[in-house]
Design a protein around this ligand. Structure first.
Ligand SMILES: *Cc1c(COP(=O)(O)O)cnc(C)c1O
Length: 444
């Protein structure tokens, strides 16, 4: 029998397993003490980081049952718990993160992927069959744009772009074969908002006249806001995609992505993940499970206070032409921001991202680049780097960096100008951030 005293819990249950001393050292070094009760999650305060590519099956019939149930969750399997077979299919650390992400996004289910782009590829992959059309807002994350314009056309999925800030443009550009309406809000980097509830009303009107298999799905990238500031599903989105690398991960250690949505899509999502292969590694699921999601609310509340101080400061600075932060009273879509970006307590939650545009001295001046170069060389607590939502404040110049590949006239269409600067506010003391920004502005 297993001894319960402290220090003896490693002993195997002699009734079920052969004593390890009967085996050669090389065998014992592989199998250790056999099975340990230390893997009893109920007694861990912090979930352990699992790391097992494959899982022990007690019998052929249990293995068969596992394969039958995978991607077709039955009521019994819910009660008994899943039968794990192989990491790429399903595994416990990632599974716990998925349960928590579904709660955070107020969705029926969540499925995690190796990166945000893998999550976006999967959402589009299961919803857009060959011959389908995607209608997207014109400004989107660069790799999403590249996926839609370079790769999806090869499987005969075409994307066209419109300006969803005008809700009428959605109805005007939907086609017979449109299956997905896709956008981010706030939009990266210019911080424009798309009205999710208005888009829902437009799609309901369109879907009312279509058979279920021809319906248009609304997919919203919630990376910029994070589920603390906005839960698109509660506003009418069908599916949320999100990079865990950003605000949810929060500490900048791991890449990850999630698709959250209705239960009806769960099985297709896990099947797609199984076959296309971009499963989130449990080692990368563990930091957002243990650090990122549990600290999201506290971090975001702090980021927002600091972002508000900084946005007000920039707004009044003579070298700044304009600032876009949804929390400012002169934000062009302030009424929509107050309605759409709210935390679970109902408080206005305008987030941690600021976009501001510096005045140019001449037609070929690039003041954004001058500012970030000065910061890269001289700043202590503002870091020149892409990505966002971390505990460290990050700055970048979309015109010259993240969106550099766009031709000049496309940049102008996307609201990208040489003086534009994107700031992701971190957890530093806001006085320090402000004094470094102020010094940088004095020097350019
Ligand atoms: C970073 C980002 C992505 C992609 O996420 P990865 O984890 O880097 O693959 C998608 N959408 C937005 C808005 C992003 O900022």
């Amino acid at each position: 029998m297993m001894k319960e005293e402290f220090g003896h819990t490693n002993e195997p249950d002699a009734k079920s397993y052969p004593l390890e001393s009967d085996r050669a050292v090389r065998t014992r070094l592989i199998h250790g003490i056999g099975r340990s009760r230390k893997w009893d999650y109920d007694h861990h305060v912090v979930p352990p980081m699992t790391s097992s590519a494959t899982f022990r099956l007690d019998s052929a019939s249990r293995g068969a049952q596992g394969f039958v149930e995978f991607g077709h969750l039955s009521p019994d399997s819910k009660e008994r718990g899943p039968i794990y077979i192989y990491d790429r299919l399903d595994e416990p650390t990632r599974g716990m993160l998925e349960e928590n992400l579904a709660v955070a996004e107020r969705a029926e289910c969540a499925v995690c992927f190796a990166t945000g782009m893998a999550a976006i590829s999967a959402a589009l992959g299961i919803l857009a069959p060959a011959g389908a059309h995607i209608l997207s807002h014109r400004t989107i994350y660069g790799c999403t744009y590249s996926l839609m314009t370079n790769w999806l056309p090869r499987i005969n999925v075409e994307t066209s772009f419109a300006d969803f800030v005008d809700p009428q443009s959605i109805a005007n550009n939907i086609r017979e074969n449109t299956r997905i309406l896709y956008f981010e809000t706030p939009v990266n980097p210019d911080m424009q908002l798309i009205d999710i509830a208005a888009a829902r009303r437009t799609l309901d009107e369109i879907n009312r006249h279509r058979p279920a298999e021809h319906r248009v799905w609304m997919v919203v990238d919630n990376t910029f806001a994070s589920p603390f500031c906005q839960r698109p599903v509660t506003l009418g989105a069908d599916v949320v995609v999100e990079s865990l690398t950003k605000a949810i991960g929060g500490f900048g250690t791991d890449l990850g992505g999630v698709v959250a949505g209705p239960k009806s899509l769960h099985d297709s999502l896990v099947m797609y993940r199984k076959d296309f292969g971009a499963s989130l590694s449990p080692k990368s699921a563990w930091p957002p499970l243990v650090y990122g999601l549990p600290s999201l609310a506290a971090r975001m509340a702090n980021y927002q206070k600091t972002a508000h101080h900084i946005a007000r400061f920039l707004e009044n600075h003579p070298k700044v032409e304009y600032v876009r932060y949804p929390g400012l009273a002169n934000f062009p879509q302030f009424e929509l921001a107050k309605k759409q970006m709210v935390d679970e307590g109902g408080h206005f939650a305008p987030g941690s991202m600021i976009y501001f545009v510096l005045r140019r001295k001449s037609d070929n001046d690039n003041p954004g680049e001058r500012l970030i170069d000065w910061i890269a060389a001289n700043s202590y607590c503002i870091t020149l780097a892409v990505s966002l939502g971390q505990i460290k404040t990050l700055i970048e110049c979309p015109y010259s960096m993240t969106h550099a590949a766009l031709p000049p006239q496309r940049k102008a269409e996307h609201g990208l100008v040489p003086g534009g600067v994107r700031l992701s506010v971190g957890l530093e003391d806001w006085h320090d951030l402000m004094s470094e920004l102020s010094e940088a502005l004095d020097h350019i």
